[in-house]
Design a protein around this ligand. Sequence first.
Ligand SMILES: Nc1ncnc2c1ncn2[C@@H]1O[C@H](COP(=O)(O)OP(=O)(O)O)[C@@H](O)[C@H]1O
Ligand SMILES: [Mg+2]
Length: 313
Amino acid sequence: MGKKKIGMWLYQNGGGDIIQEKLIKQLNNKGIEVIPNINLRDATAENSNITWNDIKLDKLDLFFSYNAGEQTQYQMYLFKALSNILPTINNFKAFELTEDKFQTSLLLRKNNVKTADYKLCHRDDTFHLNEIIKQWDKMVYKPTDGWGGVGLTKIENQETLDMLLPFLNQMDLRYFYVEKFIDYDNTDFRIDIVDGIFVGGYGRKAGGSDWRTNITSGGSVFKRDIPKEVIKLAIKAAKITGLEIAGVDIIYDRKKEEYLVLEVNGIPAFITPEQEKIGIDYNDKKIELIANLIERKVNNKTKKKVKVKKGNK
Ligand SMILES: Nc1ncnc2c1ncn2[C@@H]1O[C@H](COP(=O)(O)OP(=O)(O)O)[C@@H](O)[C@H]1O
Ligand SMILES: [Mg+2]
């Protein structure tokens, strides 16, 4: 058997370039060759091949896709196609699931993982939306495929809902996804899990009067002790979604006095050089676990070839 060869697409900003270099080095030491910077946006498919820069990607032993910021619909479309013929990390099924907040919440709740209470209804079903605001008093409207806190809208009362609905209706949405607004201290836990193992975690704090902890919404990162209960919850959530690499966001509900899973991310950013300066320094552990995971996957690879029975008609 020839040398194993994998394709990689990892973000380059925020220290991603350094992570990539370290990961490639570890994989090379394991005898795995890496072709980096494969943006599937520049690939084409023809008959039985998916080609990028004259390289037949369908012949690779694995594809590692880790770039949330530059994702395009076309890139995702080819990533899905590749996932039907070779192993990918994350596996496409889990990745696709966690790209959608509603699909993830439903599955987590079915498996007894606490999340924020939510409701999904058809875009024209204002009846159910009006019902739910009466019951919850405050809620959050969320695009199911968003990130970075973008598009999240706090709905404080019936009046805000009445004002918002005409705007949402203009946006040509298929459905509304709303969550009960959780009474929490405006901090969360981000927990990194690789291959079912707890890698590390840190806290995020919303900035100023904002209630969202996302860095893109003005939040900041801080070093934080992670309670055992939070680690256990994160491992369970990652397992249920099926993600090999997961970043689980957890908050503490002050009313119910319990931890909730707010979100499971399939492409959680590595610790940036700035964050490392405040003592959050588990990137190397994460890189090692990912390298081991990739090594295992390329070695027990059962190529997804459909067996065709030879008939004797
Ligand atoms: N139900 C909620 N109640 C209170 N705050 C919330 C709720 N949902 C989200 N938030 C706040 O908004 C932030 C972004 O929400 P999240 O669901 O993680 O979406 P995104 O994918 O945009 O990060 C969270 O980190 C949290 O601070
Ligand atoms: Mg989030």
